[in-house]
Ligand binder design. Sequence first.
Ligand code: IPD
Length: 266
Amino acid sequence: MFIPAAPPVKVVREALLEDRMVMVKSSSVDLVTQTDQKVEQLIIQSVKEKFPTHRFIGEESVAAGEPCVLSDEPTWIIDPIDGTTNFVHRFPFVAVSIGFSVNKQVEFGVVYSCLEDKMFTARRGRGSFCNGDPLQVSDQKAIKQSIIATEFGSDRDPEVVDKIFSSLRNILCIPVHGIRSAGTAAINMCLVASGCVEAYYEIGMHVWDLAAASLIVSEAGGVLMDVEGGPFDLMSRRVIAANNRTIAERISGEIQAYAPARDDAA
Ligand code: IPD
């Protein structure tokens, strides 16, 4: 498997030791740094040298005005730093996420958790691995004995925040053993794949946060679902990733769903 992540990871690790210039994107809590932009360019350049006709969806390229189109063509879906807010605050969960899709289906995914030094990989039909060791989701069937991961995202519209808290309240009061947030969608999903948490759900993250990790979850035996129980849609910005369908469906029954603008909305 061609993994264009080694030089970018060095850049992320070195940048963590330096002062970071923080810029904002859609709002004052949607952050970006020069490292996000530099890492994305490094990844795109290295892929282009090997595969000049392939297409890209990169978080920072889209922020700079590139289209966000998932076509049938071979496409690299890149989040140079998933967990940018963590990166800015040195909260120690930061990942580089690279998915590769053909015919709108993710064929392989790599999530590198930079500070844990964990390389999660998956190839369609060939399983998921962490540093080469096979991954398997939790076999827990009872939601009351589960840990659920979620995030608060960067939308501070009070109506959205009310829905987030209402969903959180419903799930916490099932009751579940606990709620966790790593601060990166990709690492939350790798925790599901690793069997450390039973499920992760969120509304509002993007295709680049999810693409690689979605395959890592399904190849570890997990399920992906829309927050209202329908099929998972990579561009919808909504996901439940769980160890099994029963837990995913129970969570979907507790979520106050809403629909943010899709990633492929023109
Ligand atoms: C964010 C993280 C965060 C999630 C946000 C994402 P970024 O990605 O994955 O956990 O709550 O929805 O946008 O901006 O750090 O790449």
